[in-house]
Design a protein around this ligand. Structure first.
Ligand code: FES
Ligand code: FES
Length: 134
């Protein structure tokens, strides 16, 4: 038995949505204050719905699995729904992360909000879920 469950291993070994989007509507990056790892998430938005998302993660396996899961979770969701996703939900969807790896999921949570923030700034929009985020 390893430290990681099968879902985490699957998203680490076969990450979904890796790479860059052409003409993204929003790009967010976030670096972990805990370990220095970095994550970039890009989104495409149409009528306030996230139609596509891609990520690049310069970080550990849990950060890669978290960004793979997080991008899968936000595609097809409205901006408000995506903003409501917490790192706890990302961990739940992954079936759990070791305690020392919880901050890796925070990276994904923040990178999503950062991408939406970029989109909101560029389009003169405000979202309640972004309150306090910059
Ligand atoms: Fe990122 Fe160890 S600190 S892999
Ligand atoms: Fe820091 Fe995973 S993102 S160890």
């Amino acid at each position: 038995m390893g430290l990681y469950n099968d879902t985490v291993m699957d998203h680490f070994m076969n990450p979904r949505n890796v790479g860059d989007l052409e003409n993204p509507d929003g790009t967010g990056t976030y670096g972990s204050p805990v370990c220095g790892d970095m994550m970039q998430i890009q989104i495409k938005v149409k009528d306030d719905v996230i139609t596509d998302a891609k990520f690049k993660t310069f970080g550990c396996g849990s950060a890669i699995a978290s960004s793979s899961m997080a991008t899968s979770m936000i595609i097809g969701k409205s901006i408000d729904e995506a903003l409501a996703i917490s790192n706890k939900q990302i961990i739940e969807e992954l079936g759990g992360l070791p305690a020392v790896k919880v901050h890796c999921s925070v990276l994904a949570d923040h990178a999503i909000k950062s991408a939406i923030y970029d989109y909101a700034q560029k389009n003169g929009k405000t979202y309640e879920g972004l309150a306090g985020f910059d």
